[in-house]
Design a protein around this ligand. Structure first.
Ligand code: FAD
Length: 351
């Protein structure tokens, strides 16, 4: 049986919840379909020691400040999960779990959302499926030859799993630095980065990143010179764990190797390091395969947008995949504004 709703939101992480908050305020009929069995989106799956890079008050969704976590200036991922679970209850958001959306199709004047528990029809769809579900692995020669374990950021949990193992951590971003710091007490761990690590100033945290992203978007929208945004500040937020490992001299980065060999990795000059495991902290791509039937993907797999609206499918909005769907829209504090804009646009069209 096909069910109908004015708006279907795909994904019940922070972006989907922020959309739900604004859709509810505007009195629209909507449903949120989420593939997870419980609340919290990707925050349920991160490594044990992950802490936010901003204080609680700067990590809040619209309407409700994140409460501080006792004893922690920067809350941990479990605290975020609890906050999101409370948020969706507090605002009585209509979420169906677990429901996986398989495809979104044009169907006359409506969009048809095919799921693993039956189809929905809607006048508008908001896609908020995040990036965690599409880990990116670079094409490095010899990846298939390596005899050890290869993991991505999404698979890493804690140093306990690597005691006595020779590990190579790849990646000069926040995940690479934090996982390298997590493992840094072990002399058998090597951190490799494509270019020397670029730390943000120690006093810079997520608050400054949000300001930088917003200033960049405003400058671009007003036709002014690109400020460079967050990337101009550096790549790695010096969260306490990273700062401590770095200051103790434990976070030394080696240049990127050129290939993997059966027993480890090899650099251009022929030097080799033996490894039991390689952890690829090499980023993510937007999880958009459910939108493939709409044939909207352009350069670098992105969908062209005007604000949050897909340029070539006005009934579709995208939230939370990166700066291309709104400044800092893939952060807790940044999710609210694009969600509000999307909900307002949809309300205007439906009216
Ligand atoms: P997600 O949390 O991934 O939620 C998407 C939801 O959609 C999931 O529940 C998923 O199961 C569901 N879904 C996916 N595909 C489908 C489908 N086909 N059908 C139905 N449901 C589907 N941000 C901050 O503000 N502060 C930080 O400190 C911070 N640290 C981060 C650290 C790491 C390691 C990472 C990776 C990100 C961090 N972020 C941080 C960025 C961002 O806040 C998170 O990535 C956040 O999880 C993004 O939320 P989201 O709702 O867009 O996506």
């Amino acid at each position: 049986m096909t069910r109908t709703s004015q708006v279907v939101v795909i994904g019940g992480g922070q972006s989907g919840l922020a959309a739900g908050y604004h859709l509810r305020r505007l009195g629209l009929d909507f449903v949120i379909l989420d593939a997870q069995t419980t609340a919290g989106g990707a925050w349920q799956h991160t490594w044990d020691s992950l802490h936010l890079f901003s204080p609680a008050a700067y990590s809040s969704l619209p309407g409700r400040l994140m409460p501080p976590q006792a004893g922690q200036e920067y809350p941990d991922a479990q605290h975020v999960v609890e906050y999101l679970a409370d948020y969706e209850k507090r605002y009585e958001l209509p979420i169906e779990r677990p429901v996986r959306v398989l495809g979104v199709h044009r169907d006359g004047g409506l969009l048809r959302v095919e799921t693993d528990s039956g189809p929905w029809r809607a006048r508008a769809v908001i896609s908020a499926t995040g990036t965690w579900w599409r880990p990116f692995l670079p094409a490095v020669p010899g990846r298939g030859d390596f005899g050890g374990r290869q993991l991505h950021t999404v698979d890493y949990r804690s140093p306990k799993c690597f005691t006595g193992r020779r590990v190579i951590v790849v990646g000069g971003g926040n995940s690479g630095a934090q996982i390298a710091a997590d493992l840094a007490h072990d002399p058998e761990v090597t951190w490799v980065t494509q270019r020397p690590p670029r730390y943000l100033d120690d006093e810079v945290d997520g608050r400054a990143l949000f300001d930088a992203a917003t200033a960049r978007r405003r400058a671009l929208d007003a036709g002014r010179t690109d400020t460079g945004g967050v990337a101009s500040l550096g790549d790695i937020v010096a969260v306490p764990s990273v700062r401590e490992a770095r200051d103790r001299g434990l976070l030394k980065a080696s240049p990127m190797f050129t290939r993997l060999v059966p027993g480890g990795v090899e650099w251009a000059d022929g030097t080799r390091a033996v490894a039991d495991a390689v952890i690829w902290c090499t980023g993510f791509r937007p999880a958009l395969s459910h939108l493939a039937p709409l044939q909207l993907r352009g350069r670098r797999g992105r969908i062209a947008t005007a604000g949050t609206r897909a340029a070539d499918e006005p009934r579709l909005h995208l939230l939370g995949y990166g700066d291309w769907t709104g400044p800092a829209s893939a952060t807790l504090i940044g999710a609210g504004r694009p969600a509000r804009d999307a909900a307002r646009e949809i309300a205007d069209v439906l009216a």
